[in-house]
Design a protein around this ligand. Sequence first.
Ligand code: ZN
Length: 168
Amino acid sequence: MGDTIKFMVDTNVGKLARWMRMMGYDAAFFEEGDDAEMISKALKEDRVLITRDSHITERWVTTSGRLRVLLVESDRPENQMREVIDRLGLTSNFEAFTRCLECNQTLEARSKETVKGRVPPYVYRTHSNFLECPACGRIYWRGSHWEAMRRKLGKFSRLTPNLDTDKL
Ligand SMILES: [Zn+2]
């Protein structure tokens, strides 16, 4: 997709990880360890840290410009996602599945025969393109759940941050 920005998603904005992966971005989710470990991992892997923790933005590593931090203000996931999209000007490649939503691994194409018996019969009959996560073994296809997420993300990126998300 030509956009190689990578992210580290803090637990306080954890819901964003799946949505960012859906958009095709490399979004690592930091679950275990303290802030110092999270920061050092973000630096080592050149990831923009997304967090709600304003203390992180006051640390020297951030003020000196070494660590890139996007401080999210909203407490609602929909608004958080919109903030991220607006402030970074993110675009997405919704048509391509690129990453596992669960573990952030790059998906690999699988032939239809390979997934036989591993997806519901109806899905097998009605789809021809499948991908598999090499890490967790999940099979992906462009089904209704994927469509719903895609539509929701499309709305996020079109609306302005001030709109009331209850109407979404
Ligand atoms: Zn996976």
